[in-house]
Each structure stands twice: as C-alpha cells, then as structure tokens.
Design a protein around this ligand. Structure first.
Ligand code: ARG
Length: 553
C-alpha cells in the first residue's frame, strides 16, 4: 500500500475508536519544514481531540509503526510522522528494481481521455501560443498515460474558414504557386489580400465566392487549399521534430465540414439553437453571451466546428472518453465556456467532462506579448534553433537536447495559467531553476553509474542505518514522493508541480554528491543505489515532460 494511505488509514482508525462526531476534512501533507518530519496531519485540530490522545492511539497501531519511526505532537492540533530509515532505503531499492516503471499509477486504469492541443493555423505562422499549447499538452498527455489512462492526442488544426477563400482569391489574382512558398510567405499574401478587401468590396466578394467554390469541392480551389496545408505542415513538422512531439491524430477543423449539417439539425430539433438577428442561429446560455452557430449569411463558425467536434468525438469509438481536455490560450476562455455549456444543453455530456487548460502569455523581456507578427522574435523554429545554438556554445553533441529541454522546462515550470517573460539566459542557466540543471544532475548520476559498472548497488544491501548522513537522508526522503507528485501534477493538470519536484531532488542530490564519495567511499553499495534511484527518477520525470537526458553535457 502507498505510504500516504497507510498513514491516512491509521488516522482514520484512531478517530473511529475515539467516537468524535463533527469532523472537518482531515489533511495529511508533507510539512514545508523538513525538521517537522515526513508527513503531518491536522487531525487533532479538526477533531478537537487532544493531540496526545491521538498520538497514543497511533503508537499502538502495529501496521503504522512498521513504517513509522516516531509520531510527534507539533504545535496545537498537529501530529507529525517520521518514516523509518529502513522503509526509506527499501523504497530506494524499489526504485532501482522497478526502473522506468517506478511511480507509475493505476488510478487511470479504464479511463480514457482526449487532449486537443497544439492546433496551429494553416497558412499562418506557428505562434508562441501554439508552442505553449504543444509543450503543455504533451506533458499532460504523457502524465495521464503514465497513470494508466488511455489517451488520444488530437491536433485540431485551423484549416477551415472564410480566410481560405482569401488565399484562393489571392493565388488567382497574382497567379501564385504556393508549393514554392514558405508559411511566412503564404501568410504575407494573405495579409496583402486582406488589405485589398478593406479597400474595395469587390475583393471581399471574390474571396467569398472562392470560399463557396472551396466548400463545394471545386478542384482548382481545393488544390490551392491542399497545397497551403501541405506547405504549412511541412513547416510545422520542423518544430514538432525539434520538440520530439508526435501527435496521434490531426483531424483539423475541415474534417467536420460534413458533420456540421447534422449538428445544426440536432441542435435545432432540441431547441438549443434558436433564431437570432437577421436569420442567424444562436445558442442562448445561462450566464454567458449567446454563441453564434450559423451566421446570418448562412456560414458556419469556429463555434459550429467545435460543436461538431464534441459530437463526433463522443460518438467515435476510438475517441469517446471520460475527459476531454483542450489546451488552448486563455483568450479563448469564453469560447470554451460556451462550447461546454452548449454541449451540456444539447445532451452531449456534462460540463465537468470538459476542461479548458487556458495558458497564459509568453512575454518578451520588455514585458510585452511575444509575437512573431510584431517581429519580437523570428519563427518558433528559429527560436528553438537559437536555443540550440546557445546550448552548442557549451557542448556541441548535446546541443539539441539541452536547447530544447531548456525551452520546454522553462515553460512548464510556470503553471499553465500564468504568463511569463521569456529569458533565454535563465532558461539555459546550469545553476538556476532550469531544465539544463536537472538534465545535468541526471547526466552526473548516470556517469557515476557507468564508471561503477557492473556494481549497480543494492541487492543484498547491508547497511547500518545509524551511519546514514544528513545529506543521504535528505535524498532518501524525497525519492518516495515521486509517485505522489506525478499523481497530483496529473490530477491538477499542473506539470509545474513535477518541475518543482525535479529541481528539488536535483538540489538534494547535488548536495549529497558534493559531500560524499560514491565510488570507493563508505557504504559504496548504498550510495550507488541512491545514485541509481535519483538517476532513474530524474530520467522518468524529465521524460514525462518530454525532455531527453543527453549522454554527456
Ligand atoms: N487553431 C486554434 C487557434 O489557433 C486553436 C484550436 C483549439 N482547439 C479547438 N478545438 N478549438 O486559435
């Protein structure tokens, strides 16, 4: 049984025998101060029973005392627990034995989720917002999988909408060949055409007419659109390749063209979609502005396509899930509130089945929104390449892993909802709270193990517990928390919790490493085991964040 459960159960049993009636929620936490033990509970505070009485009960609990060294009263109402060193060492050996499986959860067994992430727009640059969505989305995906969930990632590409009429019209007007153009250039002609539209009605008409042809599947228009997609995906793939991201599916908005009709029909029939101004169809929602399902000119919207996506996913056996996560910028919060509420109103699931992980902005060093448009930065590919080049100044061979790892970690260490300033120097710093710092700790641990081969430490460890140093204990007392942290980061959709933990473990490990000789030192077997356990957890943890551990740094 999980160590936390053992403690929780013991507390539960103790309370039961005391026959206390009114109880608030009894918490079991890791105290912030390590001198207060490994776990702490507010049980006495919540029950009003004297801490001394509860402590005595707990001390008589045989199951508990097998793993706990001492139970202490701490301040008014709190009880602290110190785990046995034997237990901590046994857990370390478990890490070494279970290897990459250590920390895996099973609470997600039989659960399924779909995560909608990345989702760049065709014929537009891969923005920094899409980079964030990709990085956070991938971490959330990995975390769920590690907890036993069956996951499907879906790249909901922005590949449909009236703007494609403009691109078709622009190609026809200037006789362009998109297959020779980069996304950047395609975006430029779109912007250029857009200017014309603002100057002269007739260009708008032409674009609308081109989109109508596209919707009807006219080969010429369709070809232009397909080429725009092909060229864009080619560019996007450069970013995905650098990040090491591969998304399971990429249906994209255009996939739902034929589904929208059915959606509108069903929503009308259920009286969820009602007549709005000028013949539009709208959805009225409690406490929210109405959502536009069909515009007065008869065209569908981003909202229509998202409604179709909701319906299609839940009716498709490969996609139907317990949870649908959308990793999209916070500026779309209202949109997703409307989608989720409208889905519930139509009878396509409960609001709680849907979550919008709304990420904040990435800011430039000037504190303003970083944007490719305004020229604050080049493309996302160039941004990653810059990070790689900077990393190469330190070490050529690991440059990609370190440069990219730094970018990912720098993003994930902030909670998704916060905005942060992008500071490449900090991101790459080997000393600070950075990805390279954690990577370096892992590399260091692994290199010790390589040197010690084949003495991997562990098996019949004979160890005098009294000989353990402070530094060794500090590391031991962090190892076992990995599984708990992973579960929390997953449930709370907060990869930043895992980042914090990995930094903390790295710091403790480096402290231990600086003060203790591992190979040829005292308790060599134990120290090798400890080093192996740290190496494994750092590797697994970074892997969950989609960060690689280089061979050398
Ligand atoms: N392509 C959209 C954008 O860049 C994001 C799509 C998010 N997913 C969704 N199902 N709406 O704004």
């Amino acid at each position: 049984m999980e160590i936390r459960k053992i403690i929780e159960q013991a507390i539960g049993k103790a309370i039961k025998t005391l026959d206390v009636s009114s109880l608030g929620k009894v918490g079991v936490e890791h105290p912030a101060d390590e001198l207060m033990g490994d776990y702490s509970s507010n049980v006495a505070l919540k029950t009003g029973v004297k801490a001394k009485v509860i402590k005595e009960k707990l001390e008589k609990d045989k199951d508990l005392m097998k793993v706990v060294e001492k139970v202490e009263i701490a301040g008014p109402g709190f009880i602290n627990f110190w785990l046995k060193k034997e237990w901590l060492v046994a857990e370390m050996l478990k890490v070494v034995k279970q290897n990459k499986d250590y920390g895996k959860g099973s609470w997600g067994k039989d659960k399924r989720m779909v995560i909608d992430y990345s989702a760049p727009n065709i014929a537009k640059q891969f923005s920094v917002g899409h980079l964030r969505s990709t990085i956070i989305g991938q971490a959330i995906y990995n975390l769920h999988k590690f907890s036993g969930w069956k996951c499907v990632g879906d790249n909901h590409l922005g590949d449909w909408g009236t703007q494609f009429g403009m691109i078709v019209a622009a190609v026809e007007k200037w006789d362009l060949d998109l297959s020779k153009m980069s996304v950047n250039e395609i975006e430029e002609i779109y912007v250029k055409y857009n200017k014309l539209v603002k100057e002269d009605e007739k260009y708008l008409k032409k674009a609308q007419e081109a989109f109508a042809r596209l919707e009807k599947g006219e080969p010429k228009a369709k070809k232009v659109w397909q080429t725009a997609i092909k060229m864009s995906l080619k560019d996007f793939d450069k970013v995905y390749d650098l990040l090491g991201v591969k998304i399971d599916e990429a249906y994209g908005e255009s996939f739902y063209q034929d589904e929208m009709e059915k959606v509108i029909k069903e929503m009308k029939k259920k009286k969820v979609a009602v007549k709005g101004e000028g013949g539009a169809l709208i959805v009225e929602l409690d406490g929210l502005p109405p959502a536009m399902l069909v515009k007065s000119d008869g065209s569908s919207t981003y909202f229509t396509r998202d409604m179709a996506t909701v319906k299609w996913r839940r009716e498709n056996p490969n996609m139907a899930s317990d949870l649908y996560i959308y990793e999209v910028g916070a500026e779309q919060s209202l949109h997703f509130k409307q989608v989720f509420a409208a889905a519930e109103k139509t009878g396509w699931g409960k609001k709680e089945d849907f979550v919008h992980v709304a990420h904040g902005l990435v800011l430039g060093t000037d504190g303003k929104k970083m944007s490719t448009r305004k020229g604050t930065t080049e493309s996302m590919e160039e941004l990653l390449k810059k990070m790689i080049n900077k990393a190469a100044e330190i070490n050529e061979t690991s440059a990609r892993q370190v440069g990219v790892g730094a970018t990912i970690f720098n993003d994930l260490k902030h909670s998704p909802q916060t905005s942060y300033k992008f500071d490449w120097e900090k991101a790459l710093s080997m000393e600070g709270d950075s990805g390279p710092y954690v990577q370096y700790s892992a590399v260091r641990a692994l290199s010790v193990l390589k040197k010690s081969m084949p003495r991997t430490g562990g098996k019949d460890l004979k160890l005098d517990m009294a000989s353990l140093s402070e530094g060794e204990l500090e590391v031991l007392r962090k190892l076992y928390r990995f599984g708990e942290v992973v579960e929390r980061a997953t449930r709370e959709l907060s990869p930043n919790l895992l980042c914090e933990y990995l930094l903390d473990l790295s710091r403790s490990f480096n402290g231990f490493y600086g003060n203790n000789q591992v190979i040829g030192g005292e308790n060599e077997d134990f120290r090798l085991g400890l080093t192996a356990a740290v190496a494994q957890i750092l590797k697994t943890g970074l892997g969950l964040l989609n960060i690689e551990v280089p061979e050398k740094m």
